[in-house]
Design a protein around this ligand. Structure first.
Ligand SMILES: Nc1ncnc2c1ncn2[C@@H]1O[C@H](COP(=O)(O)OP(=O)(O)OP(=O)(O)O)[C@@H](O)[C@H]1O
Ligand SMILES: [Mg+2]
Length: 477
């Protein structure tokens, strides 16, 4: 006897008896339903196949095609075999259109019925297996791309697992480049929404006036310039996850609207009057201290508490330096096919500097440094002089080390090194950092002709950070 179970749905005793006998002869278990509603209610027992009579006249519950439609809605995967009378061929065609696996015309033949059911079960088992494997591949793929063995990053892995299968709102907080988006994707691909889309929306990159339409979509003609109707990101994310990146940058007006949406997950397109319900998972990220924005009134407290049901704090790279060699290795492998030459390692001097450096830009900055060093390297190993000057200075063997650590420009070093200086000097330095940063941005902007992608690349920062700085320094796009 196998554990394969087949549901048989028909009110006709003789039919059920014959079919049951044949199927049990080949080792299948059967369950008979005279009431089709009951059959639907027990669909969670996940039978390997269902054999139903098309002509359910006189049976209890739903009849024929209606029953088939409901079965399909309740479970898309279970193969359904339909048995029809000769004169019902039209409804057999209809049944196939609705997704029945096969149909058999009466009078029933034992071999034909058994063959069809066994084939259905085989395919069903195979599809289940493929689904499971695909899920596992997806999961390991995203997990694998988050590199780290330190206790602090392991804690993040545990949190991802804890939260993945429950639909509660997660807020991922951390400095730029710490891997917030990577974690958001890992949650999505380990969740029940993994087969739906992962839609990211950068709240800092959309002008305030366009935020509503970006989130909710709009109907044609709803405002000047709305030539077509447009589906918003909330609708796109239906059955999947919506990633609200830089959520702290959302306009006050949009905060109210999002809060309203979160209360019942229904929306109306701008200029529309139809209520649309969506089922999605919300994951937000911020590199601002949102609690401070709440305290200062910039971010709504009620929205904050809705989004932060489960907080995840991303560790800074400088708090998990033991992961640097692993990350370096990961990036060497990631980019090896893009390089014309084979580069497999970093010299010990180089690694020493990488371990000592302060990584204000976290993993993204490390990734960029490794990529550029691979481009510059002439040998199989990345040497210390392939690294940027500010990193080189962090090698304990560097001639300049001790001196330069305290004299180098603040942009690339640790501000903590200045902690012992007088308060006045500190204020002056902070002003200088901002001036230098602003200058760097304005120049990079000019060179790139306003192309954000290029500015971000040339400064080794994310596009999101780029948008923030544009706002901060009021740079004209
Ligand atoms: N633990 C990690 N393992 C491997 N790669 C990582 C890790 N963390 C981050 N990265 C890589 O660093 C880059 C930045 O990561 P991500 O975009 O997720 O950061 P972020 O926190 O969202 O940054 P930002 O706030 O600037 O948007 C990506 O290329 C990502 O693949
Ligand atoms: Mg990001």
């Amino acid at each position: 006897m196998t554990d394969k179970l087949v549901f048989i749905a028909d009110q006709n005793d003789a039919f059920c008896k014959v079919v049951t006998g044949w199927l049990e002869e080949v080792g299948l278990q059967t369950k008979i339903f005279k009431d089709t509603e009951l059959c639907l209610n027990l669909i969670d027992q996940n039978p390997s196949a269902i054999c139903m009579e098309m002509n359910t006249e006189g049976s209890v519950g739903l009849s024929g095609l209606k029953f088939l439609k409901r079965l399909r809605l309740a479970n898309r995967d279970i193969p359904i075999l339909v048995v029809t009378e000769n004169e019902e061929l039209e409804s057999a065609v209809e049944a196939m259109k609705l997704g029945a696996f096969d149909y058999i015309v009466k009078p029933l033949k034992k071999t034909r019925l058994i063959y069809s059911i066994q084939r259905a079960i085989e395919i069903h088992t195979m599809v289940n297996k493929i689904d499971r494997l695909q899920g596992e591949i997806q999961k390991t793929h995203v997990y694998k791309s988050i590199v780290g063995q330190s206790a602090v990053i392991q804690r993040v892995f545990t949190q991802i697992e804890e939260v993945a299968e429950i639909n509660i709102n997660v807020l991922i907080a951390g400095e730029s480049g710490t891997g917030k988006e990577l974690v958001a994707k890992a949650i999505h691909y380990s969740s029940n929404y993994k087969n739906g889309p992962f839609i990211a929306i950068n709240c800092g990159a959309i002008p305030d006036a366009l935020q509503e339409s970006e989130f909710f979509g709009h109907e044609k003609g709803s405002f000047t310039g709305a030539d077509h109707s447009r589906v918003g990101k909330l609708e796109y994310a239906n059955n999947g996850s919506l990633f609200l990146d830089e959520v702290g940058e959302m306009s006050q007006e949009m905060q109210v609207k999002l809060l309203r949406f979160l209360q019942d997950k229904t929306l109306e397109r701008v200029g529309g009057n139809k209520k649309i319900s969506v089922d999605l998972r919300i994951i937000s990220a911020t590199n601002r201290k949102l609690e401070q924005d709440v305290a200062s009134g910039k971010f709504r407290e009620d929205l904050y508490y809705r989004l932060v049901v489960y907080p995840i704090i991303m560790p800074r790279l400088r708090e998990r330096k033991e992961d640097i060699p692993l990350l370096v290795n990961h990036f060497l492998k990631k980019y090896k096919n893009e390089m014309p030459k084979k580069i497999t390692s970093v010299s010990s001097l180089g690694m020493e500097a990488l371990m000592e450096y302060n990584w204000q830009g976290n993993v993204r900055q490390l990734e960029n440094v490794i990529y550029r060093a691979m481009v510059a390297s002439r040998t199989e190993a990345i040497e210390i002089d392939n690294l940027p000057i500010e990193v080189q200075k962090y090698s304990v063997h560097s001639y300049e080390t001790q001196e330069s650590r305290f004299n180098q420009p603040i942009l690339s070093g640790s501000t903590a090194a200045f902690a012992t200086e007088s308060a006045q000097k500190a204020i002056k330095i902070v002003a200088t950092i901002q001036e230098m940063e602003q200058h760097a941005f304005v120049e990079a902007f000019k060179i790139a002709g306003g192309n954000i992608e290029q500015v971000a690349k040339s400064l080794g920062i994310s596009r999101a950070t780029c948008y923030r700085k544009i706002k901060k320094y009021k740079i004209e796009k």
